[in-house]
Write a new protein. Structure first.
Ligand SMILES: [Fe+2]
Length: 222
């Protein structure tokens, strides 16, 4: 149902969903690839099926953003192997927030630096940081982890500059999907805080990779 969907947001910004085959964003020095597109589907019995988007960032550092749920273990290993990567090759794992469909496979990466929400750890050593005070955690001049609270209370997104599509934000559940005005508030712990985080993202990035849908472009009137 994606591919041609678009919607005007706040009169200034238009978002345009990309298709399944537009989930790779090559760049210099970093490229961004969606390994699994997240979803959220209501069932007739009142439950819903959901999984979080899994994204790989490759370049000077190899960074995995969200790991899917525990049921994605073999899928994730297979996707890494397809790229000639073993879990030990991942330098940094970012869990955008602490929900089970996003951080279900952290244990595959015991030697990586792990960032989940506002916690940054290496093994059992936790590094002080200022994410909770609203400051980005800089990986290098091209990649940073930015606080984007609202959905769960402690949310981060990963900002990647210099891809072929411009600046990409791997956003976790800051955005459910393109045109998610009907649903994101239902999943939000703090809608007013999340609205501010969303508006800031829409102001500065060119592509958003949401937590439960295909990537989408952000077009601004200049
Ligand atoms: Fe979530």
């Amino acid at each position: 149902m994606m591919g041609t969907d678009s919607k005007v947001v706040c009169g200034q910004v238009q978002t345009v969903a990309l298709s399944e085959c537009e989930s790779d964003f090559p760049g210099q020095p970093y490229s961004v690839s969606v390994l699994k597109t997240g979803y959220c589907v209501s069932q007739t019995d009142g439950t819903f099926k959901a999984d979080g988007t899994i994204t790989l960032i490759t370049g000077p550092r190899t960074i995995l953003v969200d790991t899917g749920g525990p049921w994605d273990r073999d899928f994730l290993l297979m996707k890494l192997k397809e790229r000639s990567l073993a879990p030990g090759d991942i330098n940094l794992v970012v869990g955008t927030h602490g929900h089970s469909d996003h951080i279900g496979n952290l244990s595959l990466f015991p030697s990586a630096v792990v960032i989940v929400g506002y916690d940054i750890s290496e093994g059992d050593t936790y590094r002080p940081n200022k994410l909770a005070e609203g400051h980005a955690y800089t990986i290098d001049e091209h990649v940073s982890v930015v606080p984007s609270p609202g959905h769960s209370g402690q949310d981060v997104s990963v900002l990647v500059k210099g891809t072929s599509a411009g600046t990409v934000l791997v956003a976790g559940d800051l955005f459910e999907r393109c045109s998610d005005e009907d649903s994101w508030r239902d999943q939000s712990m703090n809608t007013s805080v999340q609205e501010l985080s969303r508006q800031e993202a829409l102001r500065i990035v060119d592509v958003i990779i949401p937590g439960h849908g295909l990537p989408f472009k952000v077009l601004r009137n200049r």
